[in-house]
Design a protein around this ligand. Structure first.
Ligand SMILES: *Cc1c(COP(=O)(O)O)cnc(C)c1O
Length: 441
């Protein structure tokens, strides 16, 4: 492999050749890029050996640490067997096994698995499938999608249309479909004497008004169950999902659960929607699905939906594809990920991990600079009072100085560490967060 001679050289080459994602490149005139040479477990190392604890799982994808020996071994084996084959007209063991195992994890409720490459394309697929299923059922007028205030479902044009985050959406507003936004059940909206359940019920009433107003034209409601991550880790009570499920049934709309960020144990259960004891019509998965190794996403759907496409007519089929659909390497990484969940009883181990880190974070709850300290499963977040406008960048920079990779969203600090945290690293992380807060505020 051609190597860069030093970090400064690599950074200069990166800035002249690479257009980095989600970045105003000019900011890198003052904010240095972080070169990463290798990863091991919770830690990322730069070429000079400086290390950073990856407390946000590299944009929420990593589950069991970097360079996980078991996923590495599975990938090496797959690499010697089959690297890729098209999935139209062909099939292979990793894709079949992954589809079977994911379906089993929904209790068989979602019997079919459509493969894609990233989260945004999973959203595109769910939206298209929903409308097409209604069309196949003779209801082509169902063309409206409902999304929550502050929702994030990806940044391609279709996904962006159901994304309610101004910074991602505003520049492209003329290009995206008009959709209807319904109230977020964000628990922080509780008024005096109100509980999270009250907020959920109020938001559900808003959902019902929208369904009524659209008079049967709603194809689907899309939600991020339990935690709206990208908008600043807004958490809600499962009651909202129960009510949303009921209302979608009542008004003849699909329920799409986007568990791209919250699936795979993030919220404490394997899928977040399990905490409401409901099943969606569509389930979008990505990010943690491959343990953070390779781009992969899937959309699971009910057999009833699948059957609406099953016909002699090609026009009734779901004619959607991506070149790398069902890539065997990515599927194999996903199978190794599911194996680890089973053999290590990860959900039980995470309950211990969560309790340990929560314990170390306890002093922050009562910190006067902290508001709305919240946690669900392996996700922690809090808002910082009177944060300066450059808070997120300063926190990030000071975090690096404390060997922590943290990227606040606005004034919200969040932790979403890999499921590899132990007592010592939990303590290191919690103390680091407190120290960084003291420096920045
Ligand atoms: C990250 C994310 C997406 C988009 O996934 P990409 O792989 O980045 O396209 C969609 N929905 C949610 C909830 C996400 O967190």
């Amino acid at each position: 492999m051609p190597r860069s001679f030093s970090s400064p050289d690599l950074l200069a080459r990166s800035l002249s050749a690479v257009w980095h994602p989600c970045t105003q490149m000019k900011h890198h005139e003052t904010l240095p890029l972080v070169p990463v040479a290798r990863g091991e477990g919770l830690w990322l190392y730069d070429p000079e050996g400086r290390r950073y604890l990856d407390a946000i799982s590299s944009w929420w994808v990593n589950l069991f640490g970097h360079c996980n020996p078991r996923i590495n071994a599975a990938l090496r084996d797959q690499l010697e067997t089959l690297e890729h084959v098209m999935l139209a007209g062909f099939t292979h063991e990793p894709a079949v096994q992954l589809a079977e195992r994911l379906s089993a994890l929904t209790g068989g409720a979602l019997g079919h698995c459509f493969f894609a490459s990233d989260g945004a394309s999973a959203t595109e697929i769910a939206l298209k499938m929903s409308h097409h299923a209604w069309r196949n059922l003779g209801q082509p007028d169902k063309t409206v999608f409902l999304c929550l205030e502050g929702s994030y479902h990806g940044e391609t044009l279709g996904a962006l249309s159901v994304t309610d985050v101004a910074i991602f959406r505003d520049a492209y507003a003329p290009l995206v479909r008009d959709v209807r936004t319904v109230p977020s059940p964000d628990s922080r909206r509780a008024g005096p004497g109100e509980s999270a359940v009250d907020v959920a019920r109020r938001a559900a009433a808003g959902l019902e008004s929208a369904l009524k107003a659209e008079g049967g034209r709603v194809a689907a409601l899309i939600v991020e169950p339990l935690v709206q991550c990208a908008t600043g880790f807004a958490m809600h009570d499962p009651e909202y999902l129960r009510l949303a499920r009921k209302l979608c049934d009542q008004y003849g709309a699909h329920l799409i659960c986007d568990e791209i960020a919250v699936g795979f144990g993030r919220t404490g259960t394997f899928f977040a929607h399990e905490q409401a004891a409901i099943r969606p019509d569509f389930l979008c998965l990505s990010k943690g699905i491959s343990g953070g190794y390779l781009p992969l996403s899937v959309v699971l759907s009910t057999d009833a939906i699948y059957q609406t496409f099953y016909d002699d007519a090609t026009s009734r089929a779901f004619l959607h594809s991506h070149s790398y659909t069902g890539n065997p390497l990515a599927c194999r990484a996903a199978l190794a990920t599911l194996d680890i969940f089973e053999t290590d009883d990860v959900l039980a181990a995470n309950r211990e991990r969560a309790a340990t880190l929560s314990c170390y974070l306890e002093p922050l709850r009562d910190d006067p600079r902290v508001r709305h300290f919240r946690q669900r499963g392996m996700i922690w977040a809090f808002d910082v009072v009177d944060a300066p406008s450059d808070f997120a960048r300063r926190f990030f920079t000071q975090g690096l100085a404390r060997e922590l990779l943290l990227r606040p969203i606005g004034n919200t600090v969040y932790l979403m560490p890999p499921y590899a945290l132990d007592d010592a690293s939990s303590r290191f992380l919690a103390e680091g967060v407190a120290d960084v807060l003291a420096v920045v505020i």
